[in-house]
Design a protein around this ligand. Structure first.
Ligand SMILES: [Zn+2]
Length: 257
């Protein structure tokens, strides 16, 4: 009995979410006016290093994401001068719910629901208009951990959770991760092999027609890395080494398939 009720409630929530997502997707990918993207920094480990880094941030820290999106949109004939406007919002004092690795479908749906609830309760816009896309960026002291937890960008709720290193020399690679998750919220899908992390051919290649094919000079944003050989790929240094490929452009409705 209780189990049935729980399943029923979950189905209602999922149905509501699906409708809501459809409406949000349509309104977020019209590309008629700049899309407001809010970065909400979080001190992930409570360290002075992360705090110092967060204190040094301003809107300027994300100009490369705006420039990247504008440059790529224009390549696809989009007239809008500034497709996204990335702004810094007040720091969050609380960390969002974590998604454990290898969580199954229902667990992920529940996490996504909790995350939206968290965002609704916790986000402070500091007097600025609320952004359409909300990216919670958790900054970590690089000396305290080797590898960052996975980042997630969700179309549901236009919300992303991004893990980044609190290091000025990592600012440009952080922007690549932020741009990747931002595009997930707009409906873009990953274009790398989940098993080995290598870009998928041809969708995850910046220049699939290049001869010779390897090494590729640039990376496709949703593949994340630049293929060097069939077995090897490298993280680009900055967004000027990254492109939005035709499949991603179609997913975010810059073009029509
Ligand atoms: Zn991804």
């Amino acid at each position: 009995m209780w189990r049935n009720i729980r399943v029923l409630i979950l189905l209602v929530v999922l149905l509501w979410a699906a409708t809501h997502t459809w409406v949000e997707r349509n309104s977020s990918t019209r590309w008629k006016e700049p899309l407001w993207v809010g970065v909400f920094p979080i001190n992930a480990d409570g360290s002075p290093t992360a705090q110092h880094y967060i204190d040094s941030l301003s809107d300027r820290a994300f100009l490369d994401i705006e420039d990247f999106t504008a440059r790529e949109a224009h390549r696809y004939g989009r007239q809008l001068e500034q497709p996204v406007h990335v702004l810094l919002y007040p720091q969050l004092r609380q960390a969002p719910p974590q998604l454990e690795r290898n969580t199954r479908l229902l667990g992920t749906a529940w996490w996504s629901f909790k995350l939206r609830w968290f965002a609704w309760r916790t986000l402070d816009f500091g007097g600025r208009p609320p952004p359409r896309i909300r990216l919670l960026v958790l900054y970590h002291d690089p000396s305290a951990l080797q590898e960052l937890p996975d980042s997630h960008g969700m179309q549901k709720g236009l919300l992303g959770v991004v893990h980044a290193f609190a290091l000025p020399s990592m600012a440009e690679t952080n922007s690549i991760v932020i741009a990747h998750e931002m595009l997930h919220t707009l409906g873009a899908t990953d274009k790398y092999d989940q098993a080995n992390g290598l870009p998928l051919f041809p969708l995850g290649f910046a220049e699939p027609d290049r001869k010779p094919l390897y090494p590729q000079e640039k990376a496709e944003i949703m593949a994340g890395r630049r293929p060097l050989s069939p077995q090897d790929a490298q993280m680009p240094a900055a967004l000027d080494e990254v492109v939005i490929g035709p499949a991603t452009a179609a997913e975010i409705r810059w073009t029509h398939r």
